[in-house]
Design a protein around this ligand. Structure first.
Ligand SMILES: Nc1ncnc2c1ncn2[C@@H]1O[C@H](COP(=O)(O)OP(=O)(O)OP(=O)(O)O)[C@@H](O)[C@H]1O
Length: 580
């Protein structure tokens, strides 16, 4: 009888403990990112395996012997996963679902439920993100595979760490294992009692920009920076999370990508104008929105439709210069270029912000993405080098649980209580809550990621080309580019109006309620990938708010003449509704 301690990397057979131990040690040196470092302790007894399940009681592991009927096969990937996402799981082995204890549901995304759980092997509290698949369709699986690939490429204190994957040969589900984070920034900002001081804002912004700098230098664009994707632990450490929309890119080789990314309130003007050539500037714009939100205590550009979003941006940041319109050749320029330029009024609007924050917010919210600089240059801004300096993360207050979801639940409970105390029915108060929710909620891009397939194909061909080179297993920047070949990008403003890489017409992209993707849930809907099964697309119909008449009137009438496809609720054209 020998005690067998093996790495979770799949092995074909049981082996004596000493041998396994030696091999384990040898492997450690050259370890290839083995996520699930789980060590299973098994005791063999005449062909019957006693498995010591370890449970974690008051800080100590207690061995709980359990008798199995036969030798269990080592953990292996299910075929539906290895067939489609082989690159994403290469070098890793799955953890078993029963090696975690689910404690609580802590978050819900468009394609996932997130649970707080205890790792029964290490005793550590983790977050398990259960990915929803539609009948294991390869497209859904590939979507998730890209998130895993991106996460595996990143390793930084301000980027959430993927610690492992949970599934098994027979399983039809997959969990991503992350370190557990107690808060998210959206939740903290929404807490009425929390107002951040200048050193605290600096502390969060420094961490956000450091994480972004790491992503960008590793050739990753996040493309969905927003408060609920910035997780914070009880030590005050901020980590960028949710890489579901992230993409690899190559600064030296610009190739087109989809413009239908980034949640609406944080989406830069060039994407709203249909840009398909872009780079780090998109994340920097979102970071500028976060800086404004931290300093003012509320979202600074809460548009309800794409048109309204652009209008809000123009009113705050000014409309782009003539030179920018000329040089950028943005697909939607003809439609959205206002007849009268809008004046930039950031300084007047944010006159109460600390003066050293102005140059930073001015540059992050520059209309021309080339003027936004980089995350590294933002970190050198005088905002961080003037007193009061950023505080230490560990000195930040310890907040009560304040994820976006916690705040929503607390809100709902308070309303329910108020209703019970005689101020209207519960149904009324719930209805009121929903209405408020809807107007405060950002509307994410309704269609997404045209580039996914291309991204993964490029990645695969690269790793096949040189399987020995680890770095080349990750796509060099620009696999997105090939997306353009597969999914037509928006034509020039003189051509027929077909907007964005996803082949979405202007009508469906902006005015059709179906594609708005508004959600009532705490997290904002993520645009589905093109070619994704329809069940992954936003289902709920939500009212769309019309942009202001003055804004629509200020748009060039000539452009409406051509836009016969513009429909509001599928019935009226824009010119009928707004008198363009
Ligand atoms: N590591 C973590 N620790 C704690 N909570 C987490 C963690 N990861 C995610 N969450 C919670 O779960 C929520 C949803 O997670 P995530 O954003 O990754 O899912 P998603 O399906 O991509 O969501 P979305 O549709 O909003 O983009 C987050 O907003 C956060 O509150």
């Amino acid at each position: 009888m020998g005690c067998i301690i093996g790495k979770s990397v799949a092995r074909e057979r049981w082996e004596p403990a000493e041998q396994s131990d030696r091999r384990g040690k040898a492997e450690e040196g050259a370890s290839v990112a083995v996520a699930a470092e789980a060590k299973e302790v098994r005791v063999r007894n005449g062909g019957v395996v006693r498995e010591r399940e370890r449970s974690f009681k008051s800080g100590e592991f207690v061995a709980k012997p359990k008798l199995n009927q036969s030798l269990r096969p080592q953990q292996a990937w299910p075929p539906w996963l290895s067939a489609v996402a082989g690159d994403a799981i290469e070098g890793w082995a799955p953890r078993r679902a029963d090696s975690f204890e689910k404690l609580d549901k802590i978050g819900q995304g468009t394609y996932s439920n997130v649970y707080k759980a205890r790792d029964l092997i290490t005793g550590k509290i983790v977050a398990l993100k259960k990915v929803r698949f539609d009948n294991l369709e390869p497209e859904s699986v590939k979507f998730m595979a890209r998130e895993i690939l991106v996460l595996r490429k990143l390793d930084h204190p301000n980027v959430v760490k993927l610690e492992g994957l949970v599934t098994s040969r027979m399983s039809t589900s997959l969990y991503l294992v992350f370190e557990y984070m107690e808060h998210d920034l959206a939740g903290l900002v929404a807490c009425s009692g929390i107002k951040f001081s200048e050193p605290q804002v600096k502390c969060y912004m420094k961490q956000l920009l450091s994480g972004l700098d790491h992503c960008h230098t590793r050739g990753v664009l996040h493309r969905d920076i927003k408060g609920s994707n910035l997780l914070i632990d009880n030590e005050g450490i901020l980590k960028i999370a949710d890489f579901g929309l992230a993409s690899f890119y190559d600064p030296g080789k610009r190739l087109p990508m989809t413009s239908r990314v980034v949640t609406l309130w944080y989406r830069p003007p060039e994407l709203l104008l249909g840009a398909t050539y872009y780079d780090v500037g998109v994340d920097l714009w979102s970071a500028g929105c976060i800086l404004g939100e931290l300093l003012s205590g509320k979202p600074i550009l809460p548009g309800r439709t794409e048109v309204e979003q652009l209008h809000k941006i123009f009113k705050l940041c000014g409309s782009p210069s003539e030179e920018y319109w000329r040089k950028s050749k943005l697909p939607h320029a003809t439609i959205f270029k206002p007849q009268q330029p809008y004046k930039r009024c950031l300084r007047e609007t944010f006159k109460d912000f600390p003066p050293p924050s102005m140059p930073l917010i001015e540059s992050l919210l520059a209309m021309d993405p080339d003027e936004r600089g980089t995350a590294a240059s933002a970190l050198k801004s005088e905002f961080f080098s003037t007193k009061p300096y950023a505080c230490e993360p560990s000195s930040l207050p310890k907040y009560p649980p304040s994820k976006e979801m916690d705040v929503k639940l607390r809100d709902e409970e308070a309303r329910r209580q108020r209703a019970l105390n005689g101020k209207g029915s519960v149904a009324d108060s719930t209805r009121r809550l929903r209405t408020r929710d809807r107007s405060e909620r950002a509307i994410p891009a309704p269609e997404a990621n045209a580039e996914l397939q291309v991204n993964l194909d490029r990645l695969r061909s690269l790793s096949q080309a040189n399987p020995t080179s680890k770095s080349e297993k990750f796509p060099p920047p620009h696999h997105d580019g090939a997306a353009a070949a597969r999914f037509p990008v928006g034509k020039s403003s003189n051509g027929p109006l077909s907007f964005g890489a996803t082949n979405v017409s202007f009508s469906s992209a902006i005015f059709e309620p179906k594609s708005s993707g508004i959600t009532h849930s705490g997290s904002l809907r993520k645009p589905p990938a093109v070619g994704e099964p329809s069940s992954r697309r936003p289902k709920k119909e939500e009212p769309q708010m019309a942009p202001s008449r003055s804004f629509m009137r200020s748009l060039r009438p000539s452009s409406f003449g051509r836009s016969m496809d513009f429909r509001v609720k599928g019935k009226q054209s824009v010119s009928e509704v707004f008198g363009g």
